[in-house]
Design a protein around this ligand. Structure first.
Ligand SMILES: Nc1ncnc2c1ncn2[C@@H]1O[C@H](COP(=O)(O)OP(=O)(O)OP(=O)(O)O)[C@@H](O)[C@H]1O
Length: 303
């Protein structure tokens, strides 16, 4: 079932066309990524989906076209800008947000789930960045939503806090919540998303699974190693998977496609060569974005 249908969405801010003809659909139960560089129009797009902005043209249907008030009950939103007052206590924020819904979730259980049970009485301003982020996820879930929109979920978090947040999102999805995740982190999109809309300059460049996006662009791989001794590189060049073999400084670089690693290691074993420091490099989402738009997406990606 399609949970979100966005068709030919356009949104202009005065002289700035932020979203220029964006279309995509999100299926029930998936984690759908909206990925693109800063200023691409991601936030504006999801704000239109959440009913927080009115599109200039195009249509947005969420949960079969629910109207605003009914939709508010079923949609949880965590936006970049939703900072809370410094002095509010964790439990007060949850209690306040719960009051917006007719059938809220049990926020005590939510606090446990996001790992903030011991911070119940702490003030928002005293929480670490990771704790604030987890609280904002709890606030997005306090209405027990069917769909959650999470914008720049892990920006500003250290790698461990980021991975903990990813685990949390996977648990939320396992409960059946459909998730729209806005991000400019490749690793996050690759790890979490079932499908991704790549957005650039207000337009959807492609929608596909992470593997689908990568394979569309480049199936080439590179295998690098240090051979245990000299060998005739014809044994590698003869392999159907191999397109090139280059060497120098005691290192060998083999390019090709298909199951390149297996083909190379098998041929080396047959030739009595042991490959040390073996590395495989494949195209990434970043490469896919570059090939599709001519731009790099990475900005602050904590790889
Ligand atoms: N309220 C606003 N008024 C005027 N221009 C805006 C407004 N909000 C966004 N913009 C502009 O619209 C464009 C798209 O912004 P948007 O925030 O949707 O992009 P984004 O992909 O979410 O970027 P970021 O990751 O930086 O938030 C940007 O050029 C931005 O400067």
């Amino acid at each position: 079932m399609k949970v979100i249908e966005v068709d030919s969405l356009r949104k202009r801010y005065r002289d700035r066309l932020a979203v220029d003809d964006v279309s995509f659909t999100v299926e029930e139960g998936e984690i759908f990524g909206v990925l693109g560089p800063n200023g691409a129009g991601k936030t504006t797009t999801v704000e239109c989906v959440a009913g927080l902005r009115t599109p200039d043209s195009g249509t947005v249907r969420v949960l079969g076209g629910l109207h605003r008030d009914a939709l508010k009950e079923k949609l949880g939103v965590q936006l970049q800008s939703s900072a809370l007052p410094e002095k509010i206590k964790v439990w007060e924020a949850l209690d306040l947000y719960a009051s917006f819904y007719s059938r809220p979730a049990d926020w005590n259980a939510l606090l446990e789930r996001v790992g903030l049970a011991d911070k119940r009485d702490a003030r928002y301003g005293k929480l670490s960045g990771g704790q604030q982020q987890r609280l904002s996820i709890a606030l997005a879930l306090v209405g027990d939503p069917e769909v959650a929109i999470l914008d720049e979920l892990t920006t500003g978090l250290d790698p461990q806090a980021r991975r903990d947040t990813w685990d949390l999102i996977e648990q939320v999805r396992a409960d059946g919540v459909t998730i729209v995740l806005v991000t400019h982190f490749m690793e996050e999109a690759e790890r979490l998303c079932d499908r991704i809309a790549l957005i650039d300059s207000g337009r959807v460049v492609a929608v596909d699974s992470p593997a689908g996006l990568i394979s569309r662009v480049d199936r080439r791989q590179t295998v690098r190693f240090r051979p245990s001794g000299p060998f005739d590189d014809a044994v590698l060049k003869a392999l159907p998977e191999v397109t090139g073999v280059h060497g120098g400084g005691g290192r060998v670089e083999v390019t090709g496609s298909g199951n390149l690693l297996l083909a190379v290691t098998t041929a080396l074993a047959a030739a009595g060569v042991v490959p040390a420091d073996l590395r495989v490099e494949q195209a990434t989402l970043d490469d896919a974005f570059l090939a599709l738009t001519g731009k790099k997406i990475t900005n602050g990606d904590a790889r």
